[in-house]
Design a protein around this ligand. Structure first.
Ligand code: ADP
Ligand code: MG
Length: 250
């Protein structure tokens, strides 16, 4: 199993406050990790530090064997655009552009794939996520669930090695959450590594491994193994996760 993310002695301070306190962990290719913890425990800061959106104060972040914590801003943006995909609580799609154009834009910007490949990839992603019928719609004309599915397509347009999400279902209702998570699980099954922050145990129960952060430290982790969509196993996973979270005082 090849390591894709290797975090070594990661510390992050904001002025005098130490927000991440010597974090060490590895993620192997194809893994799906969920990061949980109380509000303010450092989940977003950890995600941003390992995805090059923010720089660690000290420590190393190896991504595909390369230390990205020392890259200059330009090189870092290139790694993010070419190899990483991001989803947030809100879709941050551009107004006055259609759903399709929002999805295609980072594909044209990166130049990783030919324009034809980008177009084909966009169509395939929209079909897969069930938004092909609204491809030409303005973003103001579609539902919140459709917007978030479009955000997933946009994150995947450059066929990234890893997909990061910070509370990607945080603004969705439970049925839309399930739909978006089915898509994320399918993307993971096809081989894309996934790391998401969530406060929703039902979402985290779909991950291979759950990491619990407390005061900027990894307090504990729970291995659940690959999720296969089986409803019975799903309730068992959720039950084990609830029990474990209770032990963490969550
Ligand atoms: P979580 O995502 O777990 O809720 P965050 O990573 O957002 O937590 O924040 C962890 C701590 O770091 C909080 O106390 C927060 O106030 C602080 N923090 C986060 N970002 C900044 C920043 N840009 N400047 C100063 N403090 C910050
Ligand atoms: Mg956060």
């Amino acid at each position: 199993m090849k390591t894709i993310v290797d975090v070594e002695n990661l510390c992050k301070n904001f002025e005098d406050t130490q927000v991440l306190n010597n974090i060490n962990f590895k993620v192997v290719e194809g893994e799906f990790i969920a990061i949980m913890g109380q509000s303010g425990s450092g989940k977003s800061t950890l995600l941003y530090s390992i995805s090059g959106m923010d720089r660690p104060t000290s420590g190393n972040v190896l991504f595909c064997g390369k230390d990205i914590s020392k890259l200059d801003d330009e090189k870092m943006s290139e790694v993010r655009l070419m190899q990483m995909g991001f989803i947030f609580q809100h879709s941050y799609l551009l107004k006055n552009l259609s759903i399709r154009d929002n999805i295609i834009l980072p594909g044209f910007k990166s130049g990783k794939l030919s324009r034809e490949q980008v177009n084909q990839n966009a169509e395939a992603l929209m079909v897969k996520t069930g938004i092909a019928s609204v491809a030409d719609h303005d973003i103001k004309m579609v539902s919140g669930g459709q917007l978030q599915r479009a955000a997933v397509c946009r994150a995947l347009i450059n066929q990234p090695d890893i997909l990061f999400g910070d509370e990607p279902t945080g603004a969705l209702n439970s049925s839309t959450t399930r739909e978006v998570m089915d898509i994320i699980n399918a993307v993971n099954t096809e081989g894309t590594t996934v790391i998401i922050v969530t406060h929703d145990a039902k979402v985290a129960a779909r991950a291979d491994r759950v990491i619990f952060l407390m005061d900027g430290n990894i307090h504990d982790e729970l291995k659940l193994g690959k999720y296969d969509g089986d409803e019975k196993k799903k309730s068992y996973r959720e039950k084990s996760l609830y029990e474990w979270l209770e032990k963490q005082g969550f």
